[in-house]
Design a protein around this ligand. Structure first.
Ligand code: NAD
Ligand code: MG
Length: 385
């Protein structure tokens, strides 16, 4: 029998984290939850720890340490708190795979720790690749840490190139188009967070759901694809596909296109990132070809969804530009959810921040940390005007 893989989940209380625990629960002989972490939802983290009995749990918000420790006092589980503890626990010798299911720039430091410790990375936290893809790739090579994509599109691309020895001619990156796919510019100016949080096909965390509505999520996925698959941006074509059945595709030199299809269910790419190169049995829904009526494809509209064009522009500028865009986006994404700005303020604030923050061509990790802070301050100042 194959060895049971020991998994650390960074962000076990989130959408990806809880689905990863379902995958682990389906295959107790193959996977174990070794480390679970969360930001502040200590009650849910304690419940998960009771059920999966990991060796350690980390709560990033230090204010939640005591209630969490007390809730687990009768169990043989180490309890830690703080952002530094996240970076330390992933280095444990016992850990085989680190699932990065935290949201935002905060996922970068623990992902770097895990790579430096040579762990296999199941990458959900796309912000890591958006901010620092070049640096992450260099570290992953240096420390022989394989990076397996969890993002459904990148998993589809990965699955489509298995066994190929020839280069990719083009990546076809599919996008649902989000809840506002058919909205006019006038309509977009007045949409509310509640409307934006109703995604047609996927049930995800709040931040990525807003990013899907602006299509910044797809812009970030273009950047993620460039770094994961070493394909230049002009060979990455975004195609709007409202049904989210074709999860993405790859075209080769002879014109052949390979795609991966399935029911929209994140547990499939999560499980594959854990079990690769094997595929394991699953109880998840199968595609029904006769209720699926039609699969449709459209051009994305960067007039109505400028965030997609901003992401391509950030890639073209290179250096710390994608880091700036990510930071500004985190600020305005939250501001929109808190009704401190309008939907159309999102792209305007990001574009202006991208133009204002000092450009650095070959950023170090410290440069990324400084850029992130500067871009947040600048975006905040624009919102407070
Ligand atoms: P979520 O908001 O549902 O969950 C985020 C998790 O991270 C929670 O467990 C939270 O406690 C933890 N967290 C948040 N901020 C933290 C911090 N500062 N320090 C420590 N922990 C922190 O988010 P999600 O939808 O599960 O997305 C997680 C990541 O996966 C994101 O990068 C997202 O882009 C990516 N992703 C998600 C989906 C999806 O279907 N949800 C699909 C593709 C990619
Ligand atoms: Mg995706």
């Amino acid at each position: 029998m194959d060895k049971q893989k020991q998994i650390a989940i960074l962000g076990s209380t989130g959408s990806i984290g809880t689905q990863a625990l379902q995958v682990i629960a389906e295959h107790p002989d193959r996977f174990a939850a070794r480390i679970l972490t969360a930001h502040s939802r200590w009650q849910l983290l304690a419940e998960q720890a009771r059920r999966f009995v990991p060796a350690a749990v980390v709560i990033a918000d230090e204010g939640c340490y005591e209630p969490l420790r007390d809730a687990l006092a009768d169990l043989p589980i180490q309890v830690y708190a703080g952002a530094d503890a996240l970076c330390q626990v992933v280095e444990s010798d016992a850990v085989d795979i680190v699932l990065t299911a935290m949201v935002g720039f905060a996922g970068l430091p623990p992902t770097i720790s895990a790579i430096r410790a040579g762990k296999q990375i199941a990458l959900a936290n796309k912000e890591t690749m958006v901010v620092a893809g070049e640096l992450i790739n260099a570290l992953a090579i240096e420390h022989k840490a394989p990076i397996l994509p969890v993002d459904s599109e990148h998993s589809a691309i990965f699955q489509s190139i298995i066994g190929e020895v020839s280069p990719i001619e083009k990546i076809i990156l599919t996008a649902s188009g989000g809840p506002f796919r058919t909205f006019s510019r006038q309509q977009l100016a007045t949409v509310t967070p509640d409307q934006a949080l109703r995604h047609p096909n996927w049930d995800m965390g709040a931040k990525i759901t807003i990013d899907s509505a602006t299509m910044m999520n797809k812009g970030f996925e273009v950047i993620e694809a460039k770094w994961l698959f070493d394909v230049e941006p002009d060979r990455i074509q975004v195609v709007v596909h409202p049904q989210s059945v074709v999860h993405s595709a790859v075209q080769f030199a002879d014109g052949a296109v390979k795609a991966q299809l399935g029911v929209p269910d994140m547990r499939v790419p999560i499980q594959l990132a854990f079990s690769f190169p094997e595929r394991l049995q699953s109880s998840f829904d199968r595609l029904n070809w006769f209720t699926m009526h039609s699969l449709t494809f459209e051009q994305p509209d960067t007039e109505r969804f400028p965030c997609l064009a901003i992401a391509y522009e950030a890639l073209r500028r290179g250096g710390n530009a994608p880091c700036v865009v990510n930071a500004a986006n985190e600020v305005v994404n939250l501001a929109f959810r808190q009704q401190r700005c309008s939907f159309t303020d999102i792209h305007e604030t990001i574009a202006r921040t991208m133009d204002a923050v000092t450009h650095i061509n070959k950023p170090t990790l410290d440069d990324y940390l400084a850029t992130d802070a500067e871009a947040r301050r600048y975006a905040d100042s624009l919102l407070n005007k």
